[in-house]
Design a protein around this ligand. Structure first.
Ligand code: NAD
Length: 295
């Protein structure tokens, strides 16, 4: 029988980490401590959800499960390990780290090895569904782990964020799956953007186009959830930043390269996303539509 997990830490309280950690707190099952480099953000959230905020990541040392929801693999590594690869958090042996960020699987395996040497376990559990489903607790979660017992210890915490947990295999497979999923989503987004721009030039009404996509075989999450409000409706506030989406397709490209595959669609999507990123910087990814349409 697993010892029941009580003390949970959470690092990275942004667009996604805020509602995800709020759902851990709302379960009432855990003593939750929060850390973010933006200390005001951590304090505000702690006050709102009944958790505690810590000032240094090392202050999470008494936590049994520590969740990360950070922008990139490099930041995850930097948060957990010093320049020599030694852990920054002097946690108890057996502590389970759960990387729910959309990280690069190769770097996840490296960080996992460094943590393993120090007596800790890393599992990867990236998510899909955007902020809306983080709030609702209905995210898709892709769980990879080398250590089955560590995954079992983390699952009660993960389940407070969603019951839709897919076991993907060894450590890093969750992150590979997430990147490939986002490549498919980015392909849908770039294709739909091209189609909308061409359709408008041809005299089609964008609202009618979206209605037809959504009643037809062109339908996808992009056409149902992204285009209506954020592209055609011009809100450009999906909550998913262009640098993060571009990072994901670049990870997918590396996954394809590591498999020794030619991936012309992934290469094209990565290139046009990169061009939009170079021109626009840190904006909501839906702004890329305007860039592609107007160039
Ligand atoms: P965000 O930029 O809104 O939040 C990141 C948070 O991490 C911020 O609060 C920031 O202050 C904090 N942070 C940065 N460096 C830190 C460090 N060294 N130590 C502690 N805290 C640090 O990002 P987000 O949109 O919440 O995305 C987080 C992850 O989730 C990314 O990997 C992203 O690709 C992935 N993701 C995002 C979405 C989405 O719709 N936004 C959906 C699924 C997955």
């Amino acid at each position: 029988m697993n010892e029941r997990i009580i003390r949970v830490g959470f690092i990275g309280l942004g667009t996604m980490g805020d509602p995800m950690s709020s759902n851990i707190a709302a379960s009432g099952e855990f003593d939750l401590a929060l850390f973010d480099v933006d200390h005001d953000r951590a304090r505000e959230l702690a006050g709102r959800v009944g958790a505690s905020a810590v000032e240094r990541v090392a202050d999470l040392a008494d936590r049994e499960v520590i969740v990360m929801m950070l922008p990139t693999s490099a930041i995850v590594r930097e948060a957990l390990l010093d320049g020599d690869g030694a852990p920054r958090i002097p946690a108890r042996p057996g502590t389970v780290f759960v990387d729910m960020s959309s990280s690069d699987p190769t770097e996840t395996v490296e960080t996992g090895e460094a943590l393993h040497r120090a007596g800790y376990a890393l599992v990867d559990a990236p998510v899909s569904g955007a902020r809306e489903r983080a709030v609702d607790g209905t995210l898709s979660i892709m769980l990879g782990a080398d250590d089955a017992a560590a995954a079992e210890r983390a699952i009660p915490v993960i389940e407070t964020m969603s019951s839709r947990i897919f076991r993907t295999g060894r450590l890093g497979t969750g992150h590979a799956m997430k990147a490939l999923n986002n490549f498919v989503a980015a392909a849908a987004f770039t294709a739909a953007s091209e189609a909308l721009a061409a359709g408008a030039d041809f005299g089609l009404d964008p609202d009618v186009m979206v209605e037809v996509f959504n009643a037809s075989t062109g339908q996808s999450f992009v056409t149902t959830h992204v285009l209506p409000a954020h592209v055609v409706g011009e809100q450009y506030a999906s909550g998913f930043a262009l640098p993060l989406f571009t990072k994901d397709v670049r990870i997918a490209q590396r996954v394809q390269q590591a498999a020794g595959r030619e991936a012309p669609v992934c290469d094209a999507v990565t290139r046009v996303m990169g061009e939009a990123l170079d021109a626009l910087g840190n904006v909501d990814h839906t702004r890329a539509f305007e860039f592609w349409r107007d160039r």
